[in-house]
Design a protein around this ligand. Sequence first.
Ligand code: COS
Length: 380
Amino acid sequence: MADKSFLNWPFFEDKHRALSEALEDWCAQNLPVDHNDIDAACKSLATALGSAGFLQHSGASEGESLDVRSLCLIRETLARHDGLADFAFAMQGLGMGAVSLFGSLEQRKWLEKTRAGTALSAFALTEPASGSDVANISCSARAEGDEFVINGEKTWISNGGIADVYVLFARSEDISGARGLSTFLVPADTPGLAIAERLRTIAPHPLARMEFTDMHLPAASLIGQRGDGFKIAMSVLDVFRSTVGAAALGFARRALDETLSRATERQLFGAPLADLQMVQGHIAEMAVDIDAAALLVYRAAWTKDMGATRISREAAMAKLYATDKAQEVIDKAVQIHGGDGVRTGSVVESLYREIRALRIYEGASDVQKIVIARQVLGAM
Ligand code: COS
C-alpha cells in the first residue's frame, strides 16, 4: 500500500483527502484495464472515469478555476495503478486546457462532454520542425472573410485518431515568432482534417501525425485573442506540467511499493533482500527522491490554486525533478527485481517503459532547465 502520509501536508484540504480515498477505491475495483486495444481501452477509461465523476476535475466551467492539486492527486493515483488510465484522464485536461482557461461560453459546451467522458480531446501543438521551439510553428491559419483556412501538419498528437475535438495552434499572423500564433477549437469531423499516420511507442498510447488541407474554420473557433496562441499554450503547459510531475510520482511510488514487497519476500544469502545494506541504501534514496518530488509537485499545484497567475518556475521544477527522479527510482526497482525486472509484462518492466516519455513530452527536461534558469536569472 502506497504511503499516503503526504496527504497530511498543509498543501491539502479535506476535499483532497476525500477525493484521494474515493479514487483509490475506484482504482481498486476498475484497474488495471486490458491494454491489447489501446484505442478501445482509452475510450472506455474516459467513459468510466466520466461516469464515476472524476473527469469533472479535468476542466473548469465559466467562473470556476481548475484545482491543480486535484488534477495532480488524480494523475498520481491513476498512474500508480495503470499508466493508460492516467493518460486517458490527462488528455481530457490538457486537450481542453485552453478552453478551461480561455474558452467562450459556446466553446465550453465541449467541456461538458469531455468532463462527462462522452467526448475525447487532444492538444495539437507539436510539429515535425517545432516540438521544443513552439514559436517556430508553421501550420498556417489564413484569415479569409469570417473564416480561417488551415494548412499544415501536427505530429505526436496524443489521442490523435480517437479524439472528438482538437485544440490546434497555428500561425495566423504574417509575422515570425511567438506573437504570430492563434488557438482554434476543431471538431474531429471538420473537412480537411486527416489522420496521416498512427505512431507507435515503447509504452503504447494513441498517438498520431495529422495533416490539415484547406480546412475552413469559422471565426468563432478562435480561442482567446488572435496572436495570443503562444501565451495560451504556455499558460496551459504551466498548469499541466505539474501534473506530468504528479504522474511520474505515481509511477515512482508504484516502483517503490513493488520494491518493498520484493525486498521483504525474496531471500538471498539466507536472508531477505531487505537485510542487505546496499538494498537499504537504494530504498532510502528512492524514498527521499519520492518525497522531494512530491514536495515540488504539490508546491507548484498549491501555488497555482492560491491564485498565482504564472507558475512557470514552480511547474518546470516539479516536472523536471519528478520525471528525472522517477526514472532513477524505477531503474533501481528494476535492478532490485533482477531478471524479473526485465521480464516482459512485469510491473516494473512496464513502469520502465512508461516513464521515459514523461521526460520528453510537454517540454523535455532540457526545456524545463531553460525555463527555470530564465525565471531565476530574471528575478535577479
Ligand atoms: N505564461 C504566459 N506567457 C508566457 C509564458 C507563460 N508560461 N511563457 C512565456 N510567455 C510569454 C513571454 O512573456 C513572452 O511575452 P512577450 O512577447 O509579451 O514578452 C512570450 O510569451 C514569448 O516568450 P519567450 O520569449 O520565453 O519564448 P521562447 O520562444 O523563447 O520560449 C521555450 C522558449 C523553450 C520556453 C518555449 O518554447 C517552451 O516552453 N517550449 C517547450 C514546449 C513544449 O512543451 N513542447 C511540447 C509539446 S506539448 S506535448
